[in-house]
Design a protein around this ligand. Structure first.
Ligand SMILES: Cc1cc2nc3c(=O)[nH]c(=O)nc-3n(C[C@H](O)[C@H](O)[C@H](O)COP(=O)(O)O)c2cc1C
Length: 205
């Protein structure tokens, strides 16, 4: 598939058929994710692919629980339902790819500056570690389109990061950053409107 076609065809899929995804396809998705650029080519990422249904149910249950702990005292029932729904759309997906990262070493870290810590430098640079993960996730999403699969990028579930890390055996220095639900789309999803390019482009010539 042409890159332009994959970019224009991609949209978030939140409903999936029960059809399983082969280990070969999942491996290929992760291989392509790993082709993404990363800060200092550190490739500080790990992709934990879960197809085990009871585990997916367990992961989803702890997100439901955490969302209710965090928001049920607000009295905004409808909002709570919406947040709960969008944070757990992965529960019916045949595969969920969790992405973890570990601290990277930038070239500038070797300057051993006494005034700037690694964390401060990372913040100043607007989190190149997370930007690198974003690039890898976009590779995943576009590759899913190319392989006739649907996907949903997931950040809502991160409210239960500690619980999810325990269930997925993610230990320091690794940290869970995000996840992607993958599967065969069930029905057509509506493509989202996009701002016209004139609105988002500022050309400084
Ligand atoms: C960083 C990020 C986090 C997202 N987290 C969620 C999520 O937790 N749940 C969800 O249903 N969609 C999530 N989405 C999907 C967005 O809602 C979706 O990309 C957006 O509405 C645009 O729609 P489109 O992907 O179909 O173009 C996320 C997207 C991004 C980029």
């Amino acid at each position: 598939m042409e890159l332009q076609q994959a970019i224009e065809k991609r949209h978030t899929v939140r409903r999936f058929t029960a059809q399983e995804i082969s280990p070969e396809i999942l491996r290929e998705l992760v291989r392509r994710a790993g082709m993404a650029p990363s800060i200092n080519n550190t490739q500080s990422w790990k992709f934990i692919v879960v197809t085990n249904k009871p585990l997916i149910a367990e992961l989803s249950a702890c997100v439901h629980k955490r969302i209710h702990q965090l928001f049920s005292d607000t009295g905004k029932e409808n909002l709570l339902k919406t947040v709960d729904h969008f944070s757990t759309v992965f529960e019916q997906a045949p595969a969920v790819i969790f992405v973890a990262t570990q601290p990277y070493k930038a070239i500038a870290d070797d300057l051993h500056s006494v005034t700037i810590s690694h964390e401060a430098l990372n913040e100043m640079r607007r989190h190149p570690d997370l930007q690198s993960v974003g690039a890898a996730v976009q590779n995943l999403l576009l590759s899913a389109v190319d392989l006739n699969l649907g996907s949903c990028w997931l950040s809502g579930l991160m409210v239960a990061r500690i619980e999810l890390e325990k269930l997925l055996h993610i230990e320091k220095p690794w940290e869970l950053v995000t996840a992607v639900a993958i599967g065969q789309p069930a029905g057509e999803a509506k493509a989202k409107e996009r701002k016209p390019v004139e609105e988002i482009l500022e050309l400084i010539a």
